[in-house]
Design a protein around this ligand. Structure first.
Ligand code: NAP
Length: 250
């Protein structure tokens, strides 16, 4: 119950890492505010949490919309009385193409979803946390763009590398206010985002020292730790939960 009584926003909660985080955080005692576009999936998950005795509300919307980012904080405050943490996790890969062939629409869509939306979310979250005098924010980065350059993923890599800069600046700005900000860098993880093709999954697995990809719960556990008071002296960090892909080369 390391998140007992904390109110936490989780974006990208309709599937994958965000869905696993929702279940885990609620089990650990958090009140959870869920965001994603697929409202039916969100509502189903919120009902599952409430039926199990937890506290959850679903707020469907597009994370690229600043008003949606604001509405998540408003929901946390009006339903649970404030905000303690945020797992800004929503993300998209977009159409893969070599940089020379990358079109501006793909670039903008990926950067807007992964980086600009994270900024929108954080801006509103920080104001609420400052009222509390404490808080913790975790952005989901990636190994891509930080430890490995994967061909075809220029926009995605740029967005995820950008999150690290945002994390560092926010941590520096907010340390005095008792707010911690960290980036979590997962390795390949078995979600909708990862390929469903077994051959591709095997190829991704082979990039990791552990020779497998992660289950979403393995990444969610690290996010839960970073949002909890157990991580009270960790801020401005980019924490790899990458199965050793950053140190592995055959
Ligand atoms: N899977 C991996 O191998 C891997 C590795 C490193 C990092 N990551 C990162 O982990 C995070 C979670 O991804 P995942 O692996 O769990 O994939 P996923 O199952 O595809 O989940 C992505 C989530 O983001 C949400 N989302 C995407 N675009 C959105 C938008 N415009 N507005 C609102 N929500 C949006 C999706 O919800 P809706 O579609 O319902 O809107 C979904 O809940 C991402 O930031 C991803 O970049 C994943």
């Amino acid at each position: 119950m390391r998140l007992q009584g904390k109110t936490i926003i989780i974006t990208g909660a309709s599937s994958g890492i965000g869905k696993a985080a929702t279940r885990l955080f609620a089990k650990d005692g958090a009140n959870v505010v869920l965001s994603a576009r697929r409202g039916e999936l969100l509502a189903k998950l919120a009902t599952e949490i409430c039926d199990a005795g937890g506290q959850a509300i679903a707020v469907a919307g597009d994370i690229r919309d600043d008003d949606h980012a604001a509405s998540l904080v408003e929901a946390a405050e009006s339903t649970f009385g404030g905000l303690d943490g945020a797992f800004n996790n929503a993300g998209a890969v977009g159409t893969m193409a070599a940089v020379a062939d990358l079109d501006a629409l793909t670039w903008d869509t990926v950067l807007d979803t992964n980086l600009k939306a994270a900024f929108f979310c954080a801006k509103h979250q920080v104001k609420a946390m400052m009222e509390r005098g404490s808080g913790a924010i975790v952005f989901t980065g990636s190994f891509v763009g930080v430890t490995i350059g994967l061909p075809g993923m220029g926009a995605y890599a740029a967005s995820k590398a950008g999150l690290i800069g945002l994390t560092q600046v926010m941590a520096a700005e907010l340390g005095r206010s008792g707010i911690r900000v960290n980036a979590l860098l997962p390795g390949g993880t078995r979600t909708e985002m990862a390929s469903s093709d077994p051959g591709t999954l095997d190829a991704i697995a082979s990039m990791h020292a552990l020779q497998r990809i992660a289950e979403p719960e393995e990444i969610a556990r690290v996010a839960g730790f970073l949002l909890s008071d157990e991580a009270s002296f960790i801020t401005g960090a980019s924490i790899c939960a990458d199965g050793g892909n950053s140190i592995f080369k055959l």
